[in-house]
Design a protein. Sequence first.
Length: 241
Amino acid sequence: MTSRILHFRDVELYYGRVYALRGVTLELAEGETIALIGANGAGKTSILRAITGLSRIDRGSIDFRGERIDGRGTASIVDMGIVMVPEGRRVFPYMSVKDNLLMGAFTRKDKVEVRRSLESVLERFPRLKERYRQVAGTLSGGEQQMLVIGRALMARPQLLLLDEPSLGIAPKLVQDIARSIVRINRDDGVSVLLVEQNSRMALSISNRAYALTTGNVVVSGESRELLNDARIKEAYLGGAA
């Protein structure tokens, strides 16, 4: 039986007096890709912030590989192997592609392995190899997204959290990024928690999904089944057949 890598159990999170998450429970098995779908304000990013320690939960618990992590600092959580790619393509704009990637490995001391990781990322994203010496701020939006994902991989994550990787990116590059997420999960063995408003893309590349509305999970299940679920079609896929 596949082991559970993440257990998010009965979590409540408030910003002041306003709740962001109300009794949310979700699980992620080793080697899975899980999608969180829903509109802005549904609570998707709050889940990622809670996992990484950026937001302290008010009730419930969060376990990673059987160890409770809510209450830990963000640096400690990253050291455990949880790496987040935040929304907004936050590159270091005046640094080269190379130096941006190396920033992802700044805590690593194994120079030979860092070089191997760098080669692996450049093989995974050929566009970054073509622009290796280019200043990151001059890249297209899609290329910058590839760069921040590549930078996260340089930290050798066990669990990769992706917040809206397709936002504001040309459709052709969205397809490239979707394929890269599949390969990261399948070939590198990295578990992935994907937050996406592009619900069709998210459901097409994930194993399971949770649909959220105003801080609550309203539907969950196998992604291929949710693609054909009338409730999901109506609320998240524009009613498409």
